[in-house]
Write a protein that binds this ligand. Structure first.
Ligand code: V47
Length: 371
């Protein structure tokens, strides 16, 4: 069947012009994105996104053997969506890991084949920059081959404040200690109006993007996220994506975009619904189509569940993150997915989706292909 014939199957004529643009390789604008979000014809949007993914990444779908480590949940911020953090360090829920405990986690990761540790946590009011630096240094010294993806832009801003160092110097010192890349957390939704409601004390999008751009210029790659499914509108999601696209035009340092589906339990945001499967799939597909300069789109199974993440591999996603080994942030907020994942399961989900699973490192170097 040629593409002309395939287009006859499109139910919603409103998106014809957008599809034309995509097939001609033109960049989509805000209005195009809005049409894609508003259409009920999600299957067509997904099919086109899948077509673009296959152009970029062939039939490959990626995963990484990794472990998440959250050194503390004590945090001076008070983000309304967050069920993980606790502002009171004396509350029964609050915890702080020693560097030795963190090293134990890293050891567990290595013993289970991990090539990456993903470290994020609270902004602890009493911890020094030296303590954060030492976490990276100690892991690198014991496990030199492990990639340390650590500290969101929000944490880098905090480290700059408590150390009196510039963003550049904070990142350089972390890099010297062994930091491999920055994770994408903390982006939430860039719109200042929405940010004021869901994360009033968090740095704004300008600083978030500034820190990522500095990291890129210092030779580090990073990922970038978007928290959706709470009080934001499609317009806010598109504004978020377009700002990311502009930053990527400048530096090219983002490897992957990760839409994070809002988990509604045990937090202070009066939104009690989980995102729907169709919204998850649509968000993946629209992000693939809007973010033409980002190499990979991640279907994060932790937040959208294994089943929707598997389907998302045919809606524009080409990555599923990884084994994770211990997940707290989403599960404190009610995530229904498992807290760990096996490599065998990821491979099965990908193969069933018609993809060729690729075990990768953090920077998408293939380590093993499962034909
Ligand atoms: O920054 C917090 C989000 C993020 C909730 O970089 C919530 O490859 C949903 O960023 N519902 C941390 N989300 C996780 C994260 C991440 C995960 C996987 C891969 C990568 C990557 C990054 O989780 C936070 C925040 O945006 N979050 N609370 C919640 N209730």
């Amino acid at each position: 069947m040629d593409i002309e014939l395939a287009l006859k199957l499109v139910k919603d004529r409103e998106i014809f012009a957008v599809i034309d643009k995509i097939l001609e390789g033109k960049r989509l604008d805000f209005e195009d994105g809005l049409k894609l979000f508003q259409t009920k014809d999600v299957l067509t949007v997904g099919t086109i996104a899948d077509y673009i993914t296959r152009q970029k990444n062939g039939e490959f779908a990626y995963f990484v053997i990794n472990r998440q480590i959250n050194p503390t949940n004590v945090c001076v911020l008070d983000c309304k969506f967050c069920a993980f953090a606790d502002m009171d360090k004396n509350s029964p829920k609050a915890y702080e890991m020693s560097t030795d405990q963190i090293l134990e986690n890293a050891k567990h990761a290595v013993e289970n084949g991990a090539v990456e540790v993903h470290i994020v946590g609270g902004l602890h009011p009493d911890w020094s920059f030296k303590r954060y630096l030492n976490i990276v240094w100690a892991i690198k010294e014991s496990f030199p081959d492990l990639h340390i993806k650590a500290f969101t832009a929000v944490e880098i801003d905090f480290l700059s404040k408590i150390s009196g160092l510039s963003y550049e110097d904070v990142i350089l010192k972390l890099k010297e200690a062994g930091l491999g890349s920055l994770p994408g957390g903390g982006a939430e939704i860039f719109s200042p109006d929405i940010r004021r409601v869901i994360a009033p004390k968090k740095i704004g999008y300008q600083k978030y993007l500034q820190i990522h751009k500095i990291a890129h210029k210092l030779g580090l790659h990073s990922t970038v996220t978007m928290l959706y499914g709470h009080v934001e509108r499609y317009e806010d999601r598109l504004d978020h994506m377009i700002k990311i696209r502009e930053a990527q035009d400048e530096t090219g340092g983002f490897t992957c975009f990760i839409p994070l589906a809002y988990q509604p339990e045990n937090n202070d945001l009066p939104v009690y619904e989980y995102t729907s499967g169709l919204d998850d799939l649509k968000t993946i597909a629209v992000s693939r189509l809007m973010l033409d300069n980002i190499p990979h789109i991640k279907a994060y199974w932790v937040m959208i569940g294994e089943k929707v993440a598997q389907v998302a591999l045919n809606f524009g996603a080409d990555d599923m993150d990884g084994t994770v080994m211990e997940e707290k942030i989403a599960h404190f907020a009610g995530a229904k997915s498992p807290t760990v994942q096996t490599k065998e399961k990821l491979i099965r989900l990908m193969k069933e989706a018609g993809k060729i699973p690729v075990e990768r490192d953090t920077l998408y170097k293939p380590l093993r292909i499962y034909e």
